[in-house]
Ligand binder design. Structure first.
Ligand SMILES: [Zn+2]
Length: 303
């Protein structure tokens, strides 16, 4: 992997102010052992410098450094992608599409599509299961719907979360607060042999214990927030922070986009002490499935 000094916006612009520098960075990140043909795997590759093309000496396949990646079908210059990713991972509370539009001098549509693709790339596909002491809880989050009054609940969703004490967090939008849904979320995200799961007293969590996992609860209604070590304060504190960032930066997140925002928040939180967060974010973008604009719009309409 690349060596990386501390990165800030000035260093970023100095290092990546032109397209060639960005391409070299992506090339090293994508092929740390040297370029391989993406069709036949050969490492006998010639460069066609004038056209930024790579030519496989074995199968004659021509490709570019960004072929098959998110960056490929984008009209946005690479250096703008670099700045956008930097701004997204470095901002404590996230950055809205509107703010990106202003900062990068793009159209709103470009900024919006870019932030969605970055979020999609951040989605953890093979996340490690949480273990040790895990706190889990849930809240209803109301998405605002224009023209609808306060009592309107159709746009409300449940956000569930689980955190390993001192470790990483998982956030997810689910359809309800019932037992099957909440326990399903815990089973998918927490190691079966984890030491203990702490929750509030919602009946949906009953029966989550087994022979090697304790289940302890905190009774919120009786103001018994802490009983010795049994509390769900870590997960609640982080959630109140994240909730502020959703409200603060994105103003009105509709329920259907909330899951994608949660992926972004999760990535940022889980990498809070990672000095290579920018590099790792760029790597995720390189290997992520592309999310074409047409598909994004279709997903929107299907919801
Ligand atoms: Zn080849």
């Amino acid at each position: 992997m690349l060596k990386e000094q501390e990165i800030n916006l000035i260093a970023l612009v100095e290092r990546f102010h032109d397209e060639d520098k960005c391409r070299i960075y992506l090339e090293k990140l994508r092929w740390p052992e040297g370029i391989r043909c993406s069709r036949c795997g050969s490492d006998k590759i010639s460069r066609i410098m004038t056209r930024n093309q790579l030519d496989c000496d074995s199968c004659r396949y021509r490709f570019s450094i960004t072929a098959g990646t998110i960056f490929h079908d984008s009209h946005l210059p690479l250096w703008k992608w670099f700045v956008a990713v930097y701004l997204i991972v470095e901002s404590k509370k996230g950055i809205s599409a509107n703010q990106l539009r202003r900062t990068l001098g793009t159209t709103y549509r470009t900024a919006w599509h870019l932030s969605h693709r970055v979020r999609a790339a951040f989605k953890e596909v093979d996340a490690q299961l949480l273990k040790g002491i895990v706190e889990a809880d849930e809240t209803f989050v109301g998405g605002k719907v224009e023209g609808m009054g306060r009592g309107y609940t159709d746009n409300k969703v449940v956000v569930v979360r689980a955190i390993e004490r001192g470790g990483t967090i998982r956030l997810q939008v689910v359809k309800g607060g019932d037992r099957e849904t909440l326990q399903g979320f815990i089973r998918e995200n927490v190691a079966g042999e984890t030491q203990a799961i702490y929750t509030d007293e919602l009946p949906s969590y009953l029966g989550i214990a087994d022979h090697d996992t304790e289940h302890k609860t905190v009774n919120h209604s009786e103001k018994e927030y802490v009983r010795g070590d049994v509390h769900v304060n870590s997960v609640e504190n982080i959630w109140s922070l994240l909730k502020r960032s959703i409200i603060g930066s994105y103003h009105q997140v509709s329920a259907k986009h909330l899951d994608a925002y949660l992926d972004e928040l999760e990535f940022r939180f889980n990498n809070r002490e990672n000095p290579h967060m920018f590099r790792d974010a760029m790597y995720k973008l390189l290997v992520a499935n592309n999310l074409p604009y047409a598909k994004l719009i279709a997903q929107e309409e299907a919801k």
